[in-house]
Write a protein that binds this ligand. Structure first.
Ligand code: 4AD
Ligand code: MG
Length: 483
C-alpha cells in the first residue's frame, strides 16, 4: 500500500470528491476510540488542518489500531465521505491501515496538550509537528518565495556572496573565526603571534556578518542585485531579537539615492505582508486566534491594540512615517518616559545611540506605525555610509516596526573615494584589506544605495511570535548549538 500514489491532506480537504478512494500518509495527532469507532486526526504538514480518519475496530485489526498513537506515522487507504462533525467538509473511512513508524506513547515527548514554547525549544527536532511551528515554518517558506518573487519581478539579480570572508563588513568586530589550524598546536611566527600564513587561506578569515560589500561590487556592474544568505554575529546579546546565525536579504542598487532606497524598502515590506495575507490564510488565522486566546485573561491595558491579522493589514494600508534622527531625538527628549526617567538609557543630547526602548517608544507610542528613521550621526554608524553636507550626519536609514524595533538597516553608500578613505582612517578600518572595495570608487564609481532586512525579524512580525528562537528551525544563540 505504501508505494501507491499518496494524496496530500491539503488536496484531500480542498478538492477530494465524496466517494473517491485515496491513500494518505502522515503523523497521528490524536486518537479517540470506543468499542464501535476510532477517530484519528492525521496531519502531513501540507496544511495546518488535520484529516479525520474514521476506523471501525471490527474491520481493522486490534493490534494495528493499538499502534495508532500520538506521534506515530501511518498510511491509510479509504473512501472520502462527507464529514458528520463540524470543522472539515470531508473525512476518510479507513479500509486499510499500515503503521510506517511507531511512537511509544510512554516515551514520545509531544503529548496532545499545550506545551510551553520554552519546552518546545528544548525539543526543536520535534516541534515542527505542532500546529504553531507548522504554521510558522509554512509562513517562513512563503516569505522566502515572496522575497525572490518581489525582486525577480523587478528584474533584480540574486547574487551569492561568500560566507567565508577576510573582512568585517560592519566593522563591529563580532565575527566567528574560520580556521583549519590545529587549536592544540598553533603555529607561531617570529614575533610569537599566531602565524595565519599557515592557515587554510593564508590569512585570518571569519564567517560573514553581511554580504553588503560584495553586493556593492555586483551592483556596480549589474545595476540592481540582492543577496539572501546566512550571516553570523558573535555578539553576546541574549535577547528575543538576536541570533548568532540569521538570514539577511540585502538589495543594492546603482543610481539609487536615500529616498529611492526608502521607497523600495517600504514597498518590499508591504509586498511581503500582503503576500502572507493572500497566501497563508489558514496559518495566519491559527496564529491570530492563538494570540487572542493568550491575551484573553490579561488586563485591557496589557492586551495588544491590534491582533495579528489586523496588525498586518494596518502595515499594508498605512504609509510609513519618515523622520530624521534629529527630530526623533527631540521627540524622545521631551517624551514622558524620558522626563520621568523611565527609560533605562535617558536621552539627553544629540548623538546618543538609540536603544530598542527608544525605537519602540517612537513606533508603538508616538507614531503608532512603522517608522523610517534617517540621517543618523556619523559616529554611531558604519564607515561606508554616505556623509551628508552638514558634516555631522550620514545618509543612513533604519526601519522600525511595532513589536520588533529595527527590522531594516541601510544607507546610501559613500561613492566618493576621498571621503570614504577619510572615514576609514577616522574609524580605524584597514584600507589594505578592503583595497578591492576602494577600487570600485576609483573605476566608474556611482551613487548607490542598499539595505539589509533581517529575515527572522520579518518572520517575527508576520507570525506574531515574540521570540526570535521560535521563527528559525534550529536557533543558534549564545550557549546553544543543539541539533
Ligand atoms: O543593521 P545591520 O547590522 O546592517 C547591515 O548588516 C548592513 N550591511 C545592511 C545593508 O545595508 N546591506 O543588519 C541589518 C538587519 C537589522 O536591521 C536586523 O533586522 C537584522 O539585520 N539583524 C539581526 N537579526 C537577528 N539577529 C541579529 N543578531 C541581527 N543583527 C542584525
Ligand atoms: Mg542596524
Amino acid at each position: 500500500m505504501s508505494t501507491e500514489r499518496r494524496t496530500k491532506v491539503l488536496e484531500v480537504l480542498k478538492t477530494a470528491e465524496v466517494g473517491a478512494s485515496l491513500l494518505v500518509k502522515g503523523w497521528v495527532r490524536t486518537k479517540r476510540q470506543n468499542k464501535n469507532v476510532a477517530f484519528i486526526a492525521l496531519n502531513d504538514g501540507s496544511t495546518i488542518n488535520n484529516l479525520q480518519l474514521v476506523a471501525d475496530p471490527n474491520q481493522i485489526a486490534e493490534e494495528l489500531l493499538k499502534l495508532v498513537t500520538t506521534g506515530a506515522c501511518i498510511a491509510a487507504k479509504g473512501d472520502i465521505v462527507a464529514s458528520q462533525g463540524s470543522g472539515q467538509s470531508v473525512e476518510m473511512h479507513v479500509k486499510e491501515l499500515e503503521i510506517l513508524g511507531e511512537a511509544d506513547p510512554e516515551k514520545y515527548p509531544l503529548q496532545p496538550k499545550k506545551h510551553s514554547l520554552e519546552f518546545l525549544r528544548e525539543i526543536a527536532y520535534l516541534r515542527p509537528r505542532t500546529n504553531t511551528f507548522g504554521a510558522v515554518y509554512r509562513i517562513r517558506h512563503a516569505m522566502i518565495f515572496a522575497v525572490h518573487k518581489f525582486f525577480n519581478d523587478k528584474e533584480f539579480l540574486n547574487i551569492h556572496t561568500p560566507i567565508i570572508t577576510a573582512s568585517d563588513a560592519e566593522g563591529a568586530g563580532e565575527t566567528f573565526r574560520v580556521t583549519s589550524l590545529d587549536m592544540d598546536n598553533l603555529p607561531k611566527n617570529e614575533e610569537g603571534a599566531i602565524d595565519y600564513k599557515q592557515d587554510f587561506f593564508d590569512k585570518e578569515t571569519n564567517l560573514t556578518v553581511s554580504g553588503q560589500l560584495e553586493g556593492e561590487l555586483a551592483a556596480m556592474a549589474l545595476g540592481q542585485i540582492y543577496t539572501f544568505g546566512p550571516t553570523f554575529r558573535a555578539e553576546n546579546s541574549n535577547t528575543t531579537r538576536h541570533l548568532a546565525e540569521f538570514w539577511m536579504i540585502e538589495p543594492e542598487m546603482a543610481f539609487f539615492d536615500a529616498d529611492d532606497n526608502a521607497d523600495l524598502a517600504e514597498e518590499m515590506l508591504q509586498y511581503l505582508v500582503q503576500y502572507a495575507l493572500d497566501n497563508c490564510q489558514d496559518d495566519l488565522k491559527f496564529l491570530h486566534d492563538r494570540e487572542v486566546e493568550e491575551n484573553k485573561n490579561k488586563k485591557e491595558s496589557e492586551r495588544p491594540e491590534l491582533y495579528l491579522i489586523d496588525r498586518l493589514k494596518f502595515v499594508v494600508d498605512n504609509k510609513f512615517e519618515r523622520v530624521t534622527y534629529t527630530d526623533a531625538i527631540d521627540i524622545l527628549r521631551n517624551s514622558k518616559p524620558n522626563k520621568k526617567k523611565k527609560f533605562k538609557y535617558l536621552i539627553d543630547a544629540w548623538g546618543a545611540d538609540l536603544q530598542s526602548e527608544h525605537e519602540r517608544y517612537l513606533v508603538e507610542k508616538h507614531f503608532k506605525k512603522p517608522v523610517i528613521l534617517s540621517d543618523y550621526p556619523k559616529d554611531i554608524k558604519a564607515f561606508y555610509m554616505r556623509q551628508n553636507d552638514d558634516g555631522k550626519t550620514v545618509a543612513a536609514m533604519d526601519i522600525l516596526f511595532p513589536g520588533i524595533g529595527e527590522i531594516i538597516g541601510g544607507s546610501q553608500r559613500e561613492e566618493r573615494l576621498d571621503k570614504l578613505e577619510q572615514r576609514m582612517d577616522e574609524m580605524g578600518v584597514p584600507k589594505e584589506e578592503l583595497w578591492w572595495y576602494l577600487d570600485t570608487r576609483k573605476f566608474g564609481s556611482a551613487p548607490h544605495s542598499g539595505y539589509g532586512l533581517g529575515f527572522e525579524r520579518m518572520i517575527l512580525f508576520v507570525t506574531g511570535m515574540t521570540n526570535i528562537r521560535d521563527v528559525i528551525p534550529f536557533p543558534r544563540t549564545p550557549g546553544n548549538a543543539e541539533f
